[in-house]
Write a protein that binds this ligand. Structure first.
Ligand code: ATP
Ligand code: MG
Length: 552
């Protein structure tokens, strides 16, 4: 595990320090990351992963990966495998690989114990009746007519629920706590419901499944978790967490501590909403590079290092706050600037013919792979009579201070010669199809004599370069705080993906391996697509632009 970064302190680490000083839990620190396998992990989960695994590493403790698989209707094996891949890719190793379903027998026995202690009962009200009797924030709830069933009757009914004698919804098992509690979670919460569905791991063994709140605290206790870290929405559930463990007198009583969820501007971090994006085809699946999923961000070109750096920088607090996208983008830019070799690519090519060169002219130039790092070595780049430049780098009607190519003007080709545009060739429709230029042979690595040429543009040889598809990704939403409207469509950024199908990249990129990252000079940081890229059909994804283009 990565121990070499200095960890910033936070209120959770302070609590653990105090616990260790008091020799609580015999000095052990055990955490867990408990995803429900009902979707792919997103960058919010990365915050929780970095916290839980990071704390285990810092205190020589342990961290389990536990699948909270108590809702077989929504969960599946694809999600389980994807979650394991994501945690591994981030660079973490779990100590125990657990499933809440491992504990179904124990959880059942604990429920029987609660019934025997007169702390749980079978309620045969309908779901609507239960809802109505729950009361509101202002009004207390009403006790169910089944609340005073005898222990014997409850034991018998619960056993028959388990045996599959009843249909879904016929009965539930509820804790017997306090229907007048100011905390609605304590108004006799449901512990078990009947669900006659197949479970990936336990098959058709069970007709009843335990609820999250009941399962979570007991799973934590059985695994000897010392600090159960979760997000703020569970703060109101903590009294229930503690009630279950207190009533059952479990040997271990983990401490639940809540922290703020990650909220990241221009994105949505709720599995329900992400499922909606996938199912309504707003994106091409969970690993679409526009998605804030870990697998999507990986495919987009984010590094595990940059995500961990981000999680460290945003810190852990008790206050909900939107994090600016610029924080994430800075993390990835810093990492990629340091580690990516430079290349040239042209996204929307216009052909430039250098008329004063022979038809078969080629020249091999040597380019540094990184401006500051000699150990990145050098590569050959072929210059030829016909080259491609980007459409944006030529203008017939230039705005003020335009320093690129204009009719009659000069510009330097990066690492090569100064050229001058002599002629603009158009088709019948008036579209530019070719620029005719001359070159100044005395300007290779030298300033031109007697005049200043300010602009430098990138280029790719038309004959030696390779055609490629380049996908330019941007923020998925145009709204900084999306998700409040029921329709996601109105908030989506229509320019979140622009595909350049006829891009040109320099020949050395033929050898790029899937997931290899580069800076395309002047354009941004790019990665060879994890799935679609091949030497014959290169495909690159833009991870991030070189600068923040959204800053006001
Ligand atoms: P969602 O609301 O997106 O479905 P969830 O909380 O239901 O998320 P789980 O699979 O239950 O998803 O989450 C596993 C762990 O990750 C939990 O401990 C949860 O608190 C944490 N987590 C989920 N989303 C975030 C987030 N945005 N920021 C920090 N932690 C998160
Ligand atoms: Mg959840």
């Amino acid at each position: 595990m990565n121990n070499d970064t200095t960890v910033a302190s936070n209120f959770i680490r302070n609590i653990i320090d105090d616990d260790l000083a008091a020799n609580k839990n015999d000095g052990r620190v055990v955490t867990r990351f408990p995803p429900e396998p009902n979707g792919y992990l997103h960058i919010g989960h990365a915050k929780s992963i970095c916290l839980n695994f990071g704390i285990a590493a810092q205190y020589n403790g342990k961290c389990n990966l536990r699948f909270d698989d108590t809702n077989p209707v929504k969960e599946n094996e694809e999600f389980v495998n994807a979650i394991k891949d994501d945690v591994t890719w981030l660079g973490f190793e779990w100590d125990g690989l657990k499933h809440a379903s491992d504990y179904f027998d124990e959880l059942y026995n604990f429920a029987v114990e609660l019934i025997k202690k007169d702390k749980a009962y079978v309620d045969s009200s309908t779901a609507d009746e239960v809802r109505e009797m729950r009361g509101t924030l202002k009004e207390p709830g009403k006790p169910s007519p089944y609340r005073d069933r005898s222990i014997e009757e409850n034991l018998e009914l619960f056993a028959r629920m388990k045996a599959g004698e009843f249909d879904d919804g016929a009965h539930i098992l509820r804790a017997k706590i306090d229907m007048a509690s100011g905390n609605i979670n304590l108004r006799d919460p449901t512990l078990y419901r009947i669900r006659k569905v197949h479970h990936v791991r336990t098959g058709n063994d069970w007709s009843i499944y335990p609820m999250y709140d009941y399962t979570h605290c007991l799973s934590d206790a059985m695994e000897g978790i010392t600090h159960s870290l979760c997000t703020l929405e569970f703060e109101d559930h903590r009294p229930l967490y503690d009630w279950v463990l207190d009533v059952l007198k479990t040997p271990a009583h983990p401490q639940q501590i809540e922290f703020a969820r990650l909220m990241l501007e221009y994105t949505i971090l709720s599995k329900r909403r992400l499922i909606q994006l996938v199912e309504e085809n707003h994106v091409d699946g969970w690993d679409d590079p526009r998605m804030p999923t870990i697998t999507g961000m990986r495919r987009r070109g984010f590094t595990a290092t940059s995500l961990k750096d981000f999680c460290e920088r945003i810190g852990i607090t008790k206050n909900d706050a939107w994090i600016e996208m610029a924080v994430l983008e800075t993390c990835i830019r810093e990492d990629l600037n340091e580690h990516s070799p430079r290349r040239m690519a042209v996204l929307e090519p216009i052909k430039v013919v250098i008329t004063d060169l022979a038809d078969d002219y080629t020249e091999t130039l040597s380019f540094a792979n990184h401006p500051q790092k000699e150990d990145f070595g050098r590569r050959d780049v072929v210059f030829s009579k016909e080259i491609m430049i980007d459409r944006d780098d030529f203008s017939e009607d230039p705005p003020p201070k335009y320093q690129r190519l204009v009719p009659g003007g000069e510009v330097r080709l990066r690492g090569s010669y100064v050229i001058k545009c002599c002629d603009v060739i158009k088709n019948d429709a008036g579209d530019i199809i070719e620029l005719r230029c001359t070159h100044d042979a005395a300007t290779l690595g030298k300033k031109p004599e007697g005049r200043k040429v300010k602009g430098v543009i990138h280029w790719v040889s038309a004959s030696a370069g390779v055609q490629a598809t380049v996908r330019v990704y941007d923020r998925l939403f145009k709204e900084p705080h999306p998700g409040s409207a029921e329709s996601l469509e109105a908030e989506l950024n229509p320019d979140a993906l622009i595909v350049h199908k006829t891009a040109y990249v320099e020949a050395s990129l033929r050898e790029a391996q899937p997931e290899e990252r580069f800076q395309f000079e002047r354009l941004g940081y790019f990665v060879a697509d994890r799935y679609d890229h091949s030497a014959d059909k290169p495909v690159f994804n833009r991870t991030v632009s070189l600068r923040d283009t959204w800053a006001r």
